[in-house]
Write a protein that binds this ligand. Structure first.
Ligand code: R2B
Ligand code: URA
Length: 311
């Protein structure tokens, strides 16, 4: 539609590389991507990153390291025998970043502030490295609303905790709203791929509510504080369900808002760790949780393999 054409013009050069919506970066002698431990003068970012096609981000360094090795196997990417993938951002002591050919795998920590800082720097990295039309994925975990643990949920639209489909941030003391939009076609393609494989679990799509807290912010009864009753919690969760919310997590809104503002196609794929109608504590054993957390990775890996012409 018209909005997408406008965003495209604002965010791309004619060859598909990223144009930044910030005139200041061009006038700087160097740009230090502080939280990634990279810089435009200290590193040859084009040499290091120009071939990136997919940027996959998820909460923990360990899971994203595992994803880097998993995708290495899936796309048959070879590194010299006896060597390991390097955590490119290890000296930031903030985020971890692994590169497996065209796939970047990066940890984003917990919550909107952490994922926002990362995305500003990763989007600038795409610009400095002259990357062409990258696709971004968040591979994560969430709480389901009337949805069993182990179910994979693809976000159609990210909502704030007022169930509005925008992120409101304060810039120079003024409120700025950015739509929590994700790529509809990408969401549908992922759903389509999930239907091609016979997995013993469901993959669904829906609206995702993004909160600034895991406990009171998600209506849990098991935080250090709780000033509402179980009845009030349940009526709130029912209200969410009636509003079409399938899951709750803590990064989708900033992820959707920033990638959409940058004109980057993006998707959020999370596995539900529990059904919030049944409880609040994450009770599944570690081995079960680990297997569940590989499910979004599998789906995204399959999409990547398709795009690379490997399946
Ligand atoms: C999902 O899991 C984390 C909280 O446990 C948070 O980062 C999120 O969005
Ligand atoms: N992550 C969340 O933010 N909430 C949950 O309930 C589970 C994972």
């Amino acid at each position: 539609d018209e909005e997408n054409v406008n965003i495209r013009q604002l965010t791309r050069y004619s060859n598909g590389t990223i144009k930044l919506r910030n005139p200041h970066i061009n006038f700087m002698d160097q740009d230090i991507l502080y939280h990634l431990a990279l810089g435009s003068e200290s590193h040859d970012l084009i040499e290091m990153f120009h071939d990136v096609k997919f940027v996959c981000i998820g909460g923990t360094p360990k899971r994203m390291e595992e994803f880097a090795y998993y995708i290495m196997k899936e796309i048959d990417y070879k590194i010299p025998a006896g060597t390991q993938l390097l955590d490119i951002s290890q000296y930031s002591y903030r985020y971890s970043m692994y590169k497996t050919g065209p796939v970047l795998s990066i940890s984003h920590g917990m919550g909107i502030p952490s994922v926002s800082i990362l995305l500003h720097e990763v989007i600038k990295l795409m610009y400095h490295a002259k990357v062409c039309d990258p696709i971004f994925f968040r591979i994560g975990t969430c709480g389901g609303i009337g949805i069993d643990g182990g179910t994979v949920i693809i976000t159609e639209e990210a909502l704030n905790s007022d169930l509005k489909s925008y992120q409101e941030l304060t810039v120079l003391g003024k409120k700025v709203r950015r739509p929590g939009k994700l790529d509809k076609r990408l969401c549908d393609e992922l759903l389509g791929i999930s239907r091609e494989t016979q997995e013993p679990y469901d993959t669904v799509s829906g609206k995702t509510m993004c909160t600034d807290d895991f406990y009171e912010g998600q209506g849990r009864l098991d935080g250090a504080f709780c000033d509402y009753s179980e009845k009030e919690k349940m009526s709130y969760i029912s209200h969410l369900q009636r509003s079409g919310v399938t899951n709750i997590e803590m990064e989708s809104l900033a992820f959707a808002a920033l990638t959409h503002h940058a004109g980057i196609r993006a998707a959020v794929v999370c596995v539900s760790l529990l059904d919030r109608i049944r409880g609040d504590q994450v009770l599944a054993p570690k081995e079960v949780l680990n297997e569940w957390q590989r499910r979004p990775q599998k789906l995204v890996a399959r999409y990547i393999k398709k795009q690379l012409g490997l399946v």
